[in-house]
Structure formats: structure tokens, C-alpha cells
Ligand binder design. Structure first.
Ligand code: SAH
Length: 393
């Protein structure tokens, strides 16, 4: 089966970018099944790559390989072994028993995310191609990791673009309790793989949570968009004077409370507030509250570049308010996980927030996603998490 590209549209494949858009296609064989494997040929008929076919998505094909090799179980075994090897090279197990094992395109496996939570793997399949090979991948994961339990969390909106319905549940093994305790830098966190956000936890912030902990001693910390308290627990464990955690999710805050107890931390240094960060920051400003450190880790405001303008206003709003609430010499730890906003734009938004707040600030650190969420040099879209630590004044 094959797809022939329009003249000139082979360029991105020659740079090893793994996506082919519908507009790049001159012709496709008839009756190509959703998720099936196709050869991508240049307009002159030269082999470029072998890919999965997504009939309904604007991203019509995603590359499995740029070589002329068979796509079968052994092909995927090789990819998965390489992904496992990468994690053992970076020795992420030193810091946590939970980490990302497969990061989609950046591990050569478009459409697949696999996170390991101790003795459960959580698999997320987002494309027609990953759906086609899901059972094979599940078998290989059990064979190669020795982990018997796989939970599926294929419940993300982007599946709709691929004509796929949400799927969740046990894919392999027996999982009697979807809630488990994981370790991260010697701290404990409860994770529910069935009901938690994403696959259960924001594993991508591990190193940044640790970094924040290193700064937190004796500080009054405001943790906005705290989820189950990642940054709060690290701050408390490292001697923060007080931590105020804000989130709109009551479920997340209740796990946060359990996480405090689990780590034997003194609850009297901590306060949880259920509410909307946008409103609460305004309220704090009106009450003349102030903090030594403010963390802003909001959800994705701009999934794609089309949402960038509205999202920029939202980022600017919360960063501006945070700059006002910070004491002189205080630290703003601010993130964006929006694919539609790149690092340069994010920095400009934070700069313009400081300007409008009437404060001077310096960047002391640039942050990103953890090394278990690697980025292929040929797939810059893989960099999605951007963070800055700024000092006021
Ligand atoms: N920092 C966290 C992850 C944050 S994810 C960690 O390290 O684990 C973003 C969080 O923002 C989610 O928990 C979500 O419930 C919360 N949220 C989304 N919109 C919100 C809003 N307007 N106000 C408060 N919380 C919000």
C-alpha cells in the first residue's frame, strides 16, 4: 500500500520530521484501512518512509521508520527496547520508581505514551496507527519490562480527530486498586491511574518540583494550580515557612491532604484553597497579601498555535498578578505546557507582565520537562513544557 506526495512535499520527511499533512498528498491507494501501514513515496516514486495511515486526521500519516524495513512485532520490540535503554542510561530510577517510558514521536512511536507507576504501566493511545498496534505493544511491554499490569488511559480529546472513541480500563493483568503510592526524590505521592489527570500524575515536573524544594526553606509559598500538591510537598519537606495551595479540583486537594500525612509533614504550615486562581489572585491583591515564592503551573491554555492569542492574555494576567503579590527579592516559578506557545513567546509574555506590574525581574533559571520526556531533534514539537524562575527586584 502506498501514498504519493505532491512535488516538493518530501522535504520535511527528508529532514526526518514524522508527520505528513493531508495537503501534502497527491494520491493514496484505495481502501487503505485506518491505522494500517503505508509506504510514503516522493512525486518521483522514491521511497521516503513507512508510516501509519490516519484517514480522518489532517495529519494523514505518521512515520514508523525512514528505512525500508518490515513493520511487525519485532520492529516495535526494537523501538521499545531502545526506549527502555534510554531511561536506564539517564538513570531516572535513582529519583523515582515512576517515569515516562515512551514519549511518542520522540521515541519513534507516534501516538503512544507509556508511563510507569511503580508496578503498573499506563498506556495512552492517541492515533489510528497506535490503535492498530495497541495489543501488540501491550504484549511487548509485558515481555520486555516484566510488569504484568497495564492500565489504559486513552481518554484524550485528540482521539476524536482520528475517529476514535475514548477507551479506559485494564489492558493487561489484574489491577485491584488503581490508587498507588509512588516515590519521587524520597517523597511519597498517591496516584490514581484510573481517575488522575493525564495518566495519573504530572511526571514531567519531577525535576522542577525538586528544584523548587531546594529554594523553599523559610519562605511563604503560594502554589497555584497545585493538583495533588507536587510543589507544595517538596516545599514543605524542605522547610518552607508556610505553603498555600490553590486548585479548582476538590479531588486533587483531597489527595494533597493525604500526601501531606503520608510524608509526615506538619499540616499546620499548610493551607488548601479550592477555587479559581484567576479570581483568588485578584482577591489576594485586594487584600494586600504577599509571598516569597509563587508557583504558577496552569493547565494547557493553548493546545495549538490557533489558541495562542487568547492563551497569551491568560498567561499575562496570572503572571502580572503574581509579580504584584511577590515580595521584593521573591521568586516567581512560572510554567506553560501549551504546545501553541514556544519558549520565546512565553518569555515575552512574562516580560510584558512584569512591565505592566511595574516591577523589575531577572530570570535565574530556564526550566523544561524532565529527561524521561525527551525531544527528538527532528521533532521540535516534542518540547512542550517551558518554565522560568524569575527574581523580583
Ligand atoms: N503543579 C502540578 C500540576 C498542575 S496541573 C503538579 O506538579 O502536579 C494543573 C492544575 O490546574 C490541575 O490540577 C487543575 O485542576 C487546575 N486548574 C485548572 N484550571 C484552574 C483554575 N482556573 N483555577 C484553579 N485551578 C485550576
Amino acid at each position: 500500500m502506498k501514498i504519493i506526495l505532491n512535488a516538493g512535499r518530501e522535504k520535511s520527511l527528508l529532514r526526518r520530521h514524522p508527520w505528513v499533512f493531508a495537503s501534502a498528498i497527491r494520491s493514496a491507494d484505495e481502501n487503505l484501512a485506518s491505522g494500517s501501514t503505508v509506504d510514503l513515496l516522493s512525486s518521483e516514486g522514491h521511497f521516503l518512509a513507512r508510516a501509519s495511515y490516519s484517514p480522518t486526521s489532517q495529519i494523514r500519516a505518521r512515520v514508523w521508520t525512514f528505512s525500508d524495513e518490515v513493520i511487525d512485532k519485532e520492529f516495535f520490540r526494537k523501538k521499545i527496547r531502545a526506549a527502555i535503554q534510554k531511561r536506564s542510561t539517564l538513570n531516572v530510577q535513582r529519583f523515582s520508581n515512576s517515569y515516562r517510558l515512551i514519549h511518542g514521536e520522540s521515541d519513534g512511536l507516534p501516538g503512544f505514551v507509556v508511563d510507569r507507576y511503580k508496578d503498573i504501566l499506563v498506556l495512552q493511545s492517541t492515533t489510528a496507527g497506535s490503535e492498530f498496534w495497541k495489543e501488540t505493544i501491550a504484549d511487548i511491554l509485558v515481555e520486555e519490562t516484566g510488569i504484568q499490569n497495564i492500565y489504559e488511559r486513552s481518554d484524550v480529546d485528540v482521539r476524536e480527530l482520528e475517529g476514535l472513541k475514548p477507551v479506559t480500563g485494564i489492558l493487561r493483568g489484574t489491577i485491584t486498586n488503581p490508587q498507588l503510592q509512588i516515590t519521587e526524590h524520597d517523597l511519597l505521592f498517591l496516584v490514581n491511574v484510573a481517575t488522575g489527570h493525564k495518566t495519573g500524575f504530572y511526571l514531567d515536573q519531577r525535576a522542577n518540583r525538586h528544584r523548587v524544594g531546594e529554594f523553599a526553606r523559610d519562605l511563604d509559598v503560594l502554589n497555584c494550580f497545585c493538583y495533588t500538591g507536587g510543589f507544595s510537598i517538596h516545599s514543605l519537606a524542605n522547610g518552607a515557612k508556610s505553603v498555600l495551595s490553590v486548585d479548582s479540583s476538590a479531588d486533587a486537594l483531597s489527595l494533597l491532604q493525604e500526601n501531606i500525612a503520608l510524608n509526615h509533614l506538619l499540616a499546620d504550615r499548610h493551607t488548601s484553597l479550592e477555587g479559581d486562581v484567576f479570581q483568588l489572585l485578584r482577591k489576594f491583591r485586594d487584600e494586600n497579601r504577599s509571598f516569597d515564592m509563587i508557583i504558577l503551573d496552569p493547565p494547557k491554555f493553548a493546545p495549538t498555535a490557533a489558541h495562542a492569542e487568547k492563551a497569551s492574555r491568560a498567561y499575562k494576567d496570572i503572571n502580572l498578578l503574581a509579580f504584584k503579590l511577590l515580595r521584593h527579592g521573591g521568586m516567581l516559578v512560572t510554567f506553560s505546557c501549551s504546545g501553541g506557545i514556544d519558549a520565546a513567546l512565553f518569555q515575552m509574555i512574562v516580560a510584558s507582565a512584569a512591565l505592566d506590574a511595574g516591577v523589575d525581574a531577572t530570570i535565574i533559571e530556564h526550566l523544561s520537562q524532565g529527561s524521561d520526556h525527551p525531544v527528538s531533534l527532528h521533532f521540535p514539537e516534542g518540547t512542550y513544557l517551558k518554565g522560568l524562575i524569575c527574581v523580583k527586584g
